[in-house]
Design a protein around this ligand. Sequence first.
Ligand SMILES: C[S@@+](CC[C@H](N)C(=O)[O-])C[C@H]1O[C@@H](n2cnc3c(N)ncnc32)[C@H](O)[C@@H]1O
Length: 275
Amino acid sequence: MFEPEGLHKSETWVPEKIPADKPSAARIYDHLLGGYHNFACDRAVVQQLLVQYPDLKETAQMNRAFLRRAVNYLIDQGIDQFLDLGSGIPTVGNVHQLAQEATPTARVVYVDIDPIAVAHSKTILEDNQYAAAIRADVRDTNNILAHPDLKRLLDFTKPIGLMLVGMLHYLIDDDEAFSTVNTLKDTISRGSFISISHPAHEATPENIDEIHKTFKSAQDFNIRSRVQIEQFFSGYQLIPPGLVFAPLWRPESKTDVGMDNPEKSFTLAGMGKKI
Ligand SMILES: C[S@@+](CC[C@H](N)C(=O)[O-])C[C@H]1O[C@@H](n2cnc3c(N)ncnc32)[C@H](O)[C@@H]1O
């Protein structure tokens, strides 16, 4: 195990020689959510981002809360297998925890490009025969769909919950983003669902260019319009309430995070069903 400078004491979770001075989107998000799988360089970016946008921790929580509500909705619809793409570093309320609490044999495959996200996922899934983590670029759909762990765990002839939460904006090329989503949508069976949250132009703060510049040191991203985000669901039936600011997607209570100011999520969220 390699331990870059700036790690919290007693952390021996770094799987390989990872540059200690190159921030990562997964670790920035982890730090925003209060996790410990991040380096000093990630925390420095977060510090700068919080100066530029003081509510960013709540923004991350709003996205994570959408993921949780979406998974719970899917469980209620009888979905017992999930493909979570751009799954991030495991934190509270991971998809397999929610799904397997409802159905102990529910199957979950996580995919992320970040080595720490995948190494940590593998560690917590070591004894879990119904879940696996794969390191891959989401755009590499053919290899992901052919992966032995995915083939072992997921049955594509039956409905699947496809999660693309807080990740499609990292596919900066529009054609690549749409063709990736279309391939996945074509692969899953009728009765499957796709859940997406995505930063949207209509909700970005005035100083978005400044924020973008800071975040780019980790990973570039592409904010899209409502029309473009809707296009990811084309051919699918949008589940009510449709594409809305993340906190407004089937909130559980008036006091849920972001309910007082949903635009602060930056993010539109929705779920579509293949019918
Ligand atoms: C903001 S986090 C979202 C995590 C989780 N889906 C959630 O909503 O809580 C975005 C994740 O997407 C991953 N990611 C970015 N680009 C990716 C790509 N091309 N392929 C796979 N994962 C990617 C990052 O590593 C990061 O873990």
